[in-house]
Every structure is written in C-alpha cells, then in structure tokens.
Write a protein that binds this ligand. Sequence first.
Ligand code: 5GP
Length: 190
Amino acid sequence: MELLREKIEKEGQVLSDTVLKVDSFLNHQIDPMLMKEIGEEFANRFSDQVITKVLTIESSGIAPATFLGLTIGAPVVFARKRKSLTLTDNLYTSSVHSFTKNETNEISVSKKFLSADDNVVIIDDFLANGEALKGLMDIVNQAGATVVGAGIVIEKGFQLGGQLMRDQGLRIESLANIKSLANGKVEFFD
Ligand code: 5GP
C-alpha cells in the first residue's frame, strides 16, 4: 500500500535494527484518514470471504480493525491484556509474549463475543515473531470459530513470524512488508 509506505518513510523512526516507531499515525497519535484507507484496503483484500467478526488485540490493533469493521459492517472484538485472571469461566484466554515490552501477557476475550459460527479476520498493527497472532488464533480455536486470515498493517518480513504462520496455512495480508531496518533505514520488500 503506497500511501502507507510513504507515511512510514516520512514519519517512521528506526529505533534499532529490529524496532520501528510509528507513534505519529498508528501507535500513539492516530491518523484517521490513513486508518480509513487501511480499513478499505483490508476489506478489498478479503472481499472473497464472508467475515462475521474482526478480532484484534489492545491497543494498537483497535484503530485499523475498527475501520475494517466499519467498511464491511462487522463487529470488532479486541482481546484484553490482563496481568492475572482468577475467574476464567466466561473467557477464552491465551498467553502472548510481547516483542517490544519483553513481557508475557495473559490475553482474554469474553465467550459472549466469539462463537463457533463466526468467520474471523485477525488484525494487528505489527507482525514480528508472530506471538500475538498465535495467541489470537488460539482464542479463535478455543471458540471453535474459523480464521479466514490475518491482516497486518506493518509486517517485518526479516523476522520469522510471517513465514512461520504462513507455513501453518494462515493467509496473511500485509499492507507494508519491511525487508530491513539496518543502518537506520527502512527498506521494503517489493
Ligand atoms: P509479534 O507478536 O509478532 O512478535 O509482535 C507483534 C506485536 O508486537 C504487535 O502487536 C506490536 O504491538 C508489537 N511490535 C512488534 N514489533 C514492533 C515494532 O517494530 N514497532 C512497534 N511499534 N511495535 C512492534
């Protein structure tokens, strides 16, 4: 997605060889015009699928997921991150190790909002090692629902998550795929 690439090139800050900061439009301040385009792009990419629910994880997946939900008219559910859970009866839960924070979070989704007849698209802001995707897939599987694919705003293709999940048969649609962040420069795959 050309518009997104331009935005990353203009406003993205390379913090290290593995971490990109995009807090001016995705991770802190949100650019709603860009998010609208992103939602429409995801809708186009998955237009061959019937989607009954969009699933993401708080907090940075919520904006792109919501614009997809708005475009296709489907509800958006975000997995919540909680430190400890004592009552899990009405929740699907999974563990996700955070790449940027280097901590493991318990994530949860109420059983009210995901069921066996749902066709789910998973949305997230970044794809690095695939931990967040794995946790969200786990939750969809617990619900007995179907994952039709995952939409990622920025994939870092030099990390292994994308390949790992595609090898497991998951369809992944990335709107920007980064080849390298070496030497403070963002380089994209074609
Ligand atoms: P994964 O679970 O695939 O290892 O990492 C994806 C998650 O970590 C995303 O939900 C995102 O919040 C965070 N993340 C991973 N890499 C980056 C990065 O380079 N920049 C930012 N801002 N977040 C990242």
